[in-house]
Design a protein. Sequence first.
Length: 116
Amino acid sequence: MSDPHNAAETPDLSPDTKALLARARRSFMVSIGLLLAGFIAIGGVLVYRASQGGGSPTGADYVIASLKIPAGAEIISAVAAGGQLTVTFKAGPMTSVRIFDGRTGEMIREIPVVSE
């Protein structure tokens, strides 16, 4: 088999075919350029996010060592959002919601849940 890229064996192309190939090459180069620019932008955003210290979504806003709820209470749910921890628990027949500060563990508010 001979090398298909050998110029001596390549048939002459018509001017229209040459123009079409040149346009396809330019289109390919523009597409690759846009793809590389997108990858660079994504990489820049990732580096920027990794270098930022405050407000990380990895749980750094929550350093509570312990929470106080009544003895024998059953925890129904616990949700961490916005730097606060919301705990819903049932102590006997009473259901309550307590909101705690995520950094200090201090109770901000207690809300009793009553039936209508």
